[in-house]
Design a binder for this molecule. Structure first.
Ligand code: SF4
Length: 475
């Protein structure tokens, strides 16, 4: 979905890596893994592969703008040889949307090659980048992932293994990162100590896999082994998996992004022991308990509102129904950026099933309202189709603050909830009633896992930067 299309937030990226100990080519498996992670980023994608038995400097890379099935053909995948590789799908929150900024990043340096795929945002990337530039570093991209790659390469010269270099780099970088690093003979996964972004380990035959979400493991027929712990570094070699937890924090200081459970992750994924589907059902149940209303049918705004709508229905006993048909085949390119295009694009993507809603009081569940540019259109589409009442329930609290960790929340002034009451927002979107998920419900939704909820509360797990860090390199 284009970022200009619906009033939704953007995730930064999805990452996937694999090392096949039997020596099979891995590019097509990475492709299918990325395909399963496409919801995490649609602007660009890429794959880098290498042969762990070949020369240390040989690496095959292909990257491009667009979706996986636009960037890769069977011929291109055939040309990507090697039994180890990393892949990436990207949605830009820091750094321009250009081909140069597509990942994985590949660095050729004195110790061989490094392929790096990163999900998240660093809060000190700008300072680190300036420091590196002072010492002669020349950057090819405007993304903070390159800062990470540079640090790992520099540290690698000082220490005797790439995993030690990753550990040293982790002492310098601050913020959100789930990383996959491919060295000539090793695949390494690392997750920042707060665990903002997910990363899990899978296994298929004699191959180990690292992926942003478990749905990518299912897609390629791999079994889920476990999540990488926040702060953990895992090293995959032919000797198996080694773990280093020196950077792990006490559990209560961890801070997973709650928005993975609310919206970003696929509902068939399981993150840190919590099923995304279950947490969305639970959010719907909480909404039914906290914001009940009499109605004839509960509907979800597809796709992300559907699961919470089912939870609301189960809790309230009000039948669940389908009110919308979503056109999944809308091309991304012809929807022009800008307010008016955003509005018209709602109807291109969504249509109401008149027969389903006519004469009914509808409870409409959506996962979030960001700017509020589409909610009023969707409410009036239901009314135009004959709904007698439209009650809107949102399965997250109101957005009030920016995110510094990789989610594309716009400036505060653009957030519909900023400086407005719920009643103000209800009037703007034209609903009969409006209810949000209570902030205190978020922890229950994540089954008690320590979470970040900074965009709702303004309280972040680490000191936020004093300036807006997004897109700074271009300024
Ligand atoms: S501020 Fe919000 S979007 Fe950003 S990491 Fe925290 S919970 Fe996720």
């Amino acid at each position: 979905m284009s970022r200009e299309n619906f009033d939704k937030l953007g995730e930064e990226c999805g990452v996937f890596g694999i090392y096949d100990f039997d020596g099979n080519d891995v590019a097509s498996t990475i492709y299918y893994g990325l395909f399963a992670l496409q919801h995490r980023g649609q602007e660009s994608c890429g794959i880098a592969t290498a042969d762990t038995n070949g020369p240390k400097r040989n690496i095959c890379t292909h990257k491009g703008m667009g979706l996986c099935n636009e960037v890769f053909t069977p011929e291109i995948l055939d040309g990507l040889k090697g039994d180890i590789g990393v892949g990436h799908v990207r949605y830009s929150t820091a750094g321009e949307s250009t081909r140069e900024n597509a990942q994985p990043l590949v660095l050729n340096y004195v110790k061989g090659i490094l392929g790096v795929a990163h999900n998240g945002n660093l809060i000190n990337a700008l300072e680190l980048r300036e420091e590196l530039e002072q010492t002669g570093a020349i950057f090819q991209t405007t993304i903070d992932s390159e800062v990470i790659a540079y640090h790992i390469a520099r540290e690698r010269i000082k220490v005797d293994s790439v995993e030690k270099a990753v550990a040293n780099a982790m002492d310098k970088i601050k913020g959100a990162y789930s990383l996959i690093v491919m060295s000539p003979r090793k695949l390494i996964g690392a997750r920042d100590p707060y665990g903002f972004k997910p990363l899990c380990i899978g296994k298929r035959d004699n191959a180990y896999i690292l992926a942003s979400e478990s749905c990518a493991l299912d897609t390629i027929g791999a079994e889920f082994v476990r999540d990488v712990r926040p702060g953990e570094i895992v090293v995959i070699t032919k000797d198996g998996i080694k773990s280093n937890c020196e950077k792990c924090l006490p559990k209560e200081q961890e801070a997973r992004c709650i928005f993975e459970y609310i919206y970003f992750a696929r509902p068939d994924s399981r993150i840190d022991g919590v099923d995304v589907y279950d947490s969305r059902i639970q959010a719907g149940r909480f909404l039914a308990q906290d914001s009940p209303v009499e109605a004839d049918m509960v509907v979800g705004v597809p796709e992300s509102g559907n699961t919470a709508a089912l939870g609301y229905s189960r809790e309230s006993g009000i039948p669940y129904g389908k009110a919308f048909v979503k056109n999944a085949y809308v091309g991304r390119t012809f929807i022009k950026p800008g307010q008016s295009s955003r509005e018209s694009s709602v109807q291109i993507k969504l249509n109401v099933i008149k027969e389903a809603v006519e004469g009914k009081r509808i409870i409409m569940i959506d996962d979030s309202i960001v700017r509020g540019t589409t909610s009023d259109r969707i409410v009036s589409m239901l009314r135009d189709a004959g709904a007698t009442e439209v009650h809107v329930r949102i399965s997250s609290p109101p957005f009030l603050w920016p995110c510094y960790f990789g989610t594309d929340i716009p400036a505060r002034e653009q957030l519909i909830a900023y400086n407005r009451t719920i009643e103000d927002i209800r009037k703007i979107i034209g609903a009969d009633s409006l209810g949000y998920l209570k902030e205190e419900r978020l922890s229950e939704m994540a089954k008690g896992l320590p979470i970040c909820k900074g965009c709702f509360t303004g309280k972040y797990p680490m000191e936020p930067p004093t300036r807006d860090i997004r897109g700074n390199y271009e300024k």
